[in-house]
Design a protein around this ligand. Structure first.
Ligand code: BGC
Length: 756
């Protein structure tokens, strides 16, 4: 399958979209119904529709004690009075039906509630965390897992998920790297669209369609020094070129809501930024859905030093274009008076309410307030056993084989004795990842269970913890060394706990915690063959015993089927095919680090030459670059051909290359096409990913892979925010990572040059 969404991406980059506007998705009678409703609403009822509160009918994620309405009775009263239009972070049909009953039957206007929640990588069945799944470089798979999540989430009484997170994340200190697609804008844009399509399905009115909410608008991943909730200071070009396209792609795929970021951009908190949320988002990007605030982010305008008090904060947020206030209750408390005093025009409120009611209409809530609230469906779909197979498939395909000095795959028939060492060997508390609060705790398959299930003689597995995640165990290292000595092969299961990445989990050092590193040193010193299984929600800087192991696998947080998926890879039932969506640096201090950086005036060509753009402690390359990932097969690319080395202004060139599987097993490779614009009016990255294609080949098989490039693929944000392509020379690489590949050149000719 060729993954070429050129038109979507070109449109995303150009800020021009053909959006499935909710208004157009509605029948004329439905539009009239919304207008008639708005005409009958009091300003308080309008503010109610613009208010989303945590769901005390079915509390899963306990409300913030300072702001949450803590009990069902109190919240029921608010629903009855029409003072809330959306409940979030609760699941379960029974509670939702109680709430909906009050909204529809007891409130004056009977407007149904919208039920929202964070279903980020699964509800009951947990799939790999999004950064792991990004390593598949496979939008089709991401679409399938999103569809599966939607099936469970809607059966559990949700209409909307606060996902996908489409923030491009280039600083691995930031904990929320785990929730997104990594450092690359192209891959991020493909996955953003795929996930939206998967969540929403083809028909928004179907019972199993889950509204998507791409977040956090915008550039939340660019917080300075990776500090969560921090400030973003960014050029207009980088904002537009790197951080907006995944949103554009998600909107073009049909997303009807988005969420404003907690952070500020260039001195203005996103939640109060009218240029961002109105002029750019709606004006330029033509977004026609509605905007959520993030959790109490409107209230936080006070702490930002941007609003005087709550009332001022509500005023700023609503005027900026935040339609739905999440959790603070500020809108219901202040909008009525803000309108009365003239500080907020009724027209602004009406526009926001209309957007929200259009979305409620678009998913069929007015016709059937009971959609997605069916107990039989809940029983049948939540935790459906069939989803486990998809979770296992996605997990195995998310694993990235970083290094393999001939050790893998293991042959189960050899009956080798394996010592499984480290805090993640026999541990079910850190399989899922940070956004799995609806999953059954302790139910996933851990590494030990997965290995035992795959070994002809499970007694050949010895397990020694050796160390806690963050602290040493008395005598732990000695025990681990003893286990390693008794074994033929050592597997070290090391890394981060699931609480060490995710929201509010910024770290200054992105390394294996010291007690685990000490364990690795001691165990590797005895000289047995060592396989390292990394558990992590971000790229890590690896050292010594860990970095020098014969085999290293990035295994992230893989979800419910972790152990089976890892065993599938270790024993060769699956051939690894994951690719890194984030660069692994040598040192933490290289962050932010990403492959598509600029050349500088003093690039490092020869590492012996001084006064070049590098650190004195390490050069500025990656230990494992973006796009890297090995296979048990040997894939070879050759025969790179361009249909023409002259790219005419309004034409395309075709690029072909041959991929051969020279190995003895069937396997998949992701062929990656990168370009570099040699000379431009704004310096361009040393490489930019422009195409990917995943190819599966049997032993000895070859396939010709075809790509096409045209001028729009070469565009960038030039001066005055104009999207331009500039004539001139380009490099092109077709390779297996961001640092290798077959090389060619072509030239883009200006329109006039062609005419002449
Ligand atoms: C997060 C959002 C999330 C929201 C609701 C916030 O703290 O930043 O990503 O959707 O909570 O749970």
């Amino acid at each position: 399958m060729s993954i070429d969404r050129r038109s979507v991406l070109a449109a995303a980059l150009a800020g021009v979209f053909t959006l499935p506007l909710p208004r157009r998705a509605l029948a004329a009678a439905e539009v009239e119904r919304v207008d008639a409703l708005i005409a009958r609403m009091t300003v308080e009822e309008k503010a109610g529709q613009m208010t989303c509160l945590t769901d005390s009918f079915r509390p899963y994620n306990p409300p913030n004690p300072q702001v949450g309405i803590q009990n069902e009775r109190q919240l029921a009263d608010e629903v009855r009075k029409g003072r809330v239009g959306c409940l979030f972070n609760g699941i379960g049909v029974a509670g939702a039906r109680r709430a909906q009953q009050i909204a529809v039957k007891d409130s004056r206007l009977g407007i149904p509630l919208l039920f929202a929640g964070d279903v980020i990588h699964g509800l009951r069945t947990i799939f790999p965390v999004p950064i792991a799944e990004a390593a598949t470089f496979d939008p089709a798979l991401a679409e399938r897992t999103a569809r599966a999540m939607a099936s469970e989430a809607t059966a559990a009484g949700l209409h909307l998920t606060f996902a996908p997170m489409v923030d491009v994340a280039r600083d691995q200190r930031w904990g929320r790297v785990v929730e997104g697609a990594g450092e690359d804008v192209y891959l991020g844009s493909l996955l953003a669209a795929a996930r939206v399509r998967g969540f929403q399905g083809r028909d928004l009115r179907r019972d199993d369609s889950l509204l998507a909410c791409p977040k956090h608008f915008a550039a939340y991943g660019a917080v300075a020094a990776g500090l969560e909730y921090g400030s973003v200071d960014i050029s207009e070009e980088t904002l537009r070129e790197t951080h907006l396209p995944p949103f554009g792609s998600a909107f073009a795929a049909g997303a009807l809501t988005t969420m404003a970021a907690f952070s500020e951009i260039n001195g203005v908190p996103a939640t109060a930024d009218r240029d961002l949320l109105t002029d750019l988002l709606r004006g330029e990007m033509k977004f026609r859905g509605f905007v959520f605030s993030d959790y109490t982010a409107d209230e936080e305008l006070i702490a930002h030093g941007f609003a005087e008090d709550e009332r001022d904060a509500a005023r700023l947020a609503v005027l900026a274009g935040v339609d739905m206030s999440m959790q603070s209750g500020l809108y219901i408390r202040h909008i009525p008076d803000l309108v009365k005093s003239g500080a907020v025009p009724m027209e602004t409120v009406d526009v926001a309410v209309r957007r929200i009611l259009y979305v409620k209409t678009a998913i069929g809530l007015f016709d059937n307030p009971w959609r997605s609230l069916n107990e039989d469906m809940e029983k049948a779909r939540v935790g459906a056993p069939a989803l486990q197979a998809l979770s296992r498939e996605a997990a195995a395909r998310s694993i990235v084989l970083l290094r393999n000095e001939g050790l893998l795959p293991l042959d189960p028939a050899k009956g080798q004795k394996i010592a499984l060492i480290g805090p993640f060997g026999e541990d079910r508390a850190n399989l899922y990842g940070p956004w799995a609060f609806y999953a059954e705790k302790g139910k996933g398959v851990d590494v030990a269970a997965g290995l035992r299930a795959a070994m002809p003689d499970p007694a050949q597995l010895i397990v020694a913890k050796g160390s806690e995640i963050l602290g040493p165990i008395d005598g732990g290292i000695a025990q681990a060394v003893e286990a390693a000595q008794a074994a033929d092969i050592v597997i070290l299961a090391l890394g981060e706990s699931q609480d060490m990445s995710g929201e509010a989990q910024s770290r200054t050092v992105i390394e294996i915690p010291p007690p685990q590193q000490a364990l690795a040193q001691a165990v590797t010193a005895i000289g047995k063959p060592v396989i390292v299984l990394l558990r992590h929600g971000r790229a890590l800087a690896l050292h010594d015993g860990v970095a020098n192991a014969q085999a290293i696998l990035a295994t992230w947080f893989l979800g419910s089927q972790t152990g089976h998926a890892i065993a599938d890879i270790l024993f060769g039932r699956e051939n690894p095919s994951g690719k890194l969506p984030v660069s692994f640096p040598w040192e933490s201090g290289q962050e932010p680090f990403f492959y598509d950086r600029k050349s500088t005036g003093r690039p490092v060509v020869d590492s012996n030459i001084e006064y070049k753009a590098r650190y004195t402690t390490t050069d500025n390359s990656a230990r494992f670059p973006f796009g890297h990932g090995l296979s048990y097969s040997e894939f070879v690319l050759d025969n790179l051909k361009l249909s023409d080395t002259a790219l005419r202004w309004d034409r395309a060139i075709e690029i072909t290359t041959r991929l051969t599987n020279k190995g003895k097993r069937k396997g998949s490779e992701v062929v990656q096409l990168y370009i570099r614009d040699r000379v431009a009016s704004r310096t361009r990255p040393i490489r930019e990913l422009k195409r990917i294609e995943r190819v599966t080949l049997g032993p000895g098989e070859s396939k010709t892979v075809r790509f096409s490039l045209s001028r729009t693929d070469l565009q960038f944000v030039g001066s005055g925010n104009r999207i331009i392509a500039e004539p001139g020379a380009f490099d092109l690489w077709v390779g297996q990572s961001s640092t290798d590949g077959l090389h060619a050149q072509f030239t883009l000719y200006a329109a006039e040059a062609v005419a002449r």
